[in-house]
Design a protein around this ligand. Structure first.
Ligand code: COA
Length: 400
C-alpha cells in the first residue's frame, strides 16, 4: 500500500471508526446512547486506523488471557471491530491492519490472538485457523423430561441485575478452565452491563450454589410473542463449573413457568444437553460451525505453554509461517519440553493448521485427511493425535 498512514486512533476519532466498522457490516451508525455503551469496550490505545485523505479502515483489540490444554494461560489479544470502507476494499488495507497489529502484539509479548470472523475466507491467509467450534440449540421444555440419573444440583437463586453484574466477573474467573476460554476484560463486562440494562425484556440472573461457593450461573431474557406465539427463554450467557451445576441450572431453567422454548447459542460441542432427557430430541440443534479463530504469534512460547500427553511419543513438527517468518522451523515436541531442532520432521503443517490443533479442537490425523497436515505415515498421525490431544473439547464462550 502506498500513500497511506496507519496509526493508533485518538479518543476523539473512535466514534468515526465505529461508524466505519458498522457501515462495513451494513449497520447504521450508533445513536448517542448506543455509542455511550460501545465506547466502554474500547481499550485505550488499541484501536487502529488507516487513512488516505480520510479514515478508510479500522481494527481494534483488547488484552486477555487464553486458557490452553493443561490449564495454563497465555497472553491473548482479542481482535474485533475490523472494517474497511466499501470503496477502498481489496487494496491491502486489512493486510496493513493485520501487519500493524502483529507488530504491536509482538512488542507487548502477546502469544496468541483470536477473533470471530464475519466470513470464513478472510483470516486464514494471515495465519488464523478455526480453533473452537460451537453449536446452537433449542430445548422444548414440554418434551424435556429429565432422566432419573441426572444429578440433583444445588440451590439456584435469582439475584438482581446490579448485584449480579457486580458478582459475575469473579464467578466467571473461577470457571475459565476449559481450553479456548478467555479472561474477560473489564471492557467486556462494561459493554455487557450496558447492553443488559438497556434491553426491552427483563433480564434474569440465576446463580447455582455449590457446596462452598457459586459454581455456575445463567443470564437469560424471556421474549413473549404477542398474539399467542411461542414464549422463548433466551440464554444470554451460561457457565457451569461442574456437572452438578450444569444439571442444577438446567433443572431450574426447565421449571421456569410460561416457557415454550429455551434457546442457547454458541454452546460447547460436547455439552451433554440431550443426554439429560428421556427423549434426546427434546433438544434440537439449530446451528453449528466455527466459533473462534486463533493466530499463534509466538509459536515456541505457545507450544511450551500447553500440556502435551504425558505418554505421548516425542515428535518433530515443522511449522511454516509465511507471514511471521520467525515462527517457521522445526520443533521437537515432547511431554516435557519444546525446543527448536534440526532433526527431520515427522509432521509438517502451516501455522493456521497448528492453530486448529493447538487447543485440541481438531486431531492432526483428521487434518491430514484433508491435506492440511503432512505426516510420515498413519502411526505418526496417531502419535500426533495423542501428543496434541486435550481432555476437554475447546470452547471460548465469550463473544466480543
Ligand atoms: C473483510 C475486509 C476487512 C477485507 O479488507 P480488504 O482491505 O479488502 O482486505 P485486503 O485488500 O487486505 O485483502 C487481502 C486479501 O484477502 C482477500 N480478501 C479480503 N476480504 C475477503 C473476503 N471477504 N472474502 C474473500 N477474500 C477476501 C483479498 O482478495 C486479498 O487477497 P489477495 O492477497 O490474494 O489479493 C473488508 O472487505 C470489510 O470490511 N468487509 C466487511 C466487514 C467485515 O466483514 N469485517 C470483518 C469482521 S470480522
Amino acid at each position: 500500500m502506498t500513500d497511506h498512514q496507519t496509526r493508533v486512533l485518538r479518543e476523539d476519532e473512535l466514534r468515526a471508526a465505529n461508524t466505519l466498522f458498522r457501515a462495513a457490516l451494513h449497520v447504521k451508525a450508533s445513536s448517542d446512547e448506543e455509542w455511550e455503551r460501545t465506547r466502554g469496550g474500547y481499550q485505550p490505545g488499541r484501536a487502529l486506523g488507516v487513512f488516505d485523505d480520510e479514515l478508510i479502515g479500522t481494527a481494534r483489540s483488547t488484552d486477555s488471557e487464553l486458557t490452553v490444554p493443561g490449564g495454563g494461560q497465555v497472553p491473548l489479544a482479542a481482535v474485533t471491530g475490523v472494517g474497511v470502507r466499501a470503496d477502498r476494499t481489496r487494496r491491502g488495507v486489512l493486510t496493513e491492519l493485520m501487519r500493524t497489529q502483529f507488530a504491536d502484539f509482538a512488542d507487548r509479548g502477546v502469544v496468541a490472538a483470536n477473533l470471530f470472523a464475519s466470513e470464513g475466507a478472510i483470516y486464514g491467509r494471515f495465519g488464523y485457523g478455526v480453533a473452537t467450534l460451537s453449536r446452537s440449540y433449542t430445548v422444548t421444555p414440554r418434551l424435556a423430561r429429565l432422566r432419573p440419573e441426572v444429578f440433583a444440583g444445588g440451590e439456584v437463586e435469582l439475584i438482581g441485575l446490579e448485584p449480579g453484574l457486580d458478582q459475575l466477573p469473579e464467578h466467571y474467573a473461577r470457571m475459565t478452565k476449559r481450553p479456548g476460554m478467555m479472561a474477560r476484560a473489564s471492557y467486556w463486562w462494561t459493554v455487557l452491563s450496558m447492553t443488559l440494562r438497556r434491553g426491552e425484556e427483563p433480564v434474569t440472573i440465576a446463580v447455582h450454589h455449590g457446596p462452598h461457593e457459586v459454581d455456575g450461573f445463567a443470564i437469560y431474557r424471556v421474549k413473549r410473542t404477542p398474539g399467542g406465539g411461542p414464549s422463548v427463554l433466551q440464554i444470554e450467557d451460561m457457565h457451569a463449573g461442574n456437572a452438578d451445576a450444569f444439571a442444577g441450572l438446567w433443572r431450574f431453567l426447565l421449571g421456569v413457568d410460561l416457557i415454550d422454548e429455551i434457546q442457547a447459542d454458541s454452546r460447547p460441542l460436547d455439552e451433554p444437553i440431550e443426554l439429560l432427557f428421556t427423549d434426546p430430541r427434546a433438544c434440537r440443534v439449530t446451528e453449528s460451525g466455527d466459533e473462534t479463530w486463533l493466530r499463534l504469534l509466538d509459536v515456541p512460547a505457545a507450544l511450551a505453554a500447553r500440556g502435551h500427553a504425558e505418554d505421548g511419543d516425542p515428535l518433530v513438527v515443522e511449522v511454516a509461517d509465511p507471514v511471521l517468518g520467525h515462527n517457521s522451523g522445526r520443533y521437537l515436541v515432547t511431554p516435557d519440553e519444546v525446543r527448536r531442532t534440526d532433526e527431520q520432521a515427522a509432521l509438517r503443517l502451516g501455522v493456521d493448521a497448528l492453530a486448529m490443533v493447538y487447543l485440541g479442537g481438531w486431531r492432526p490425523s483428521v487434518l491430514a485427511q484433508a491435506g492440511r497436515v503432512q505426516v510420515a505415515g498413519e502411526r505418526t498421525a496417531y502419535a500426533a493425535d495423542r501428543l496434541f490431544g486435550a481432555r476437554t473439547t475447546p470452547w471460548c464462550g465469550t463473544f466480543f
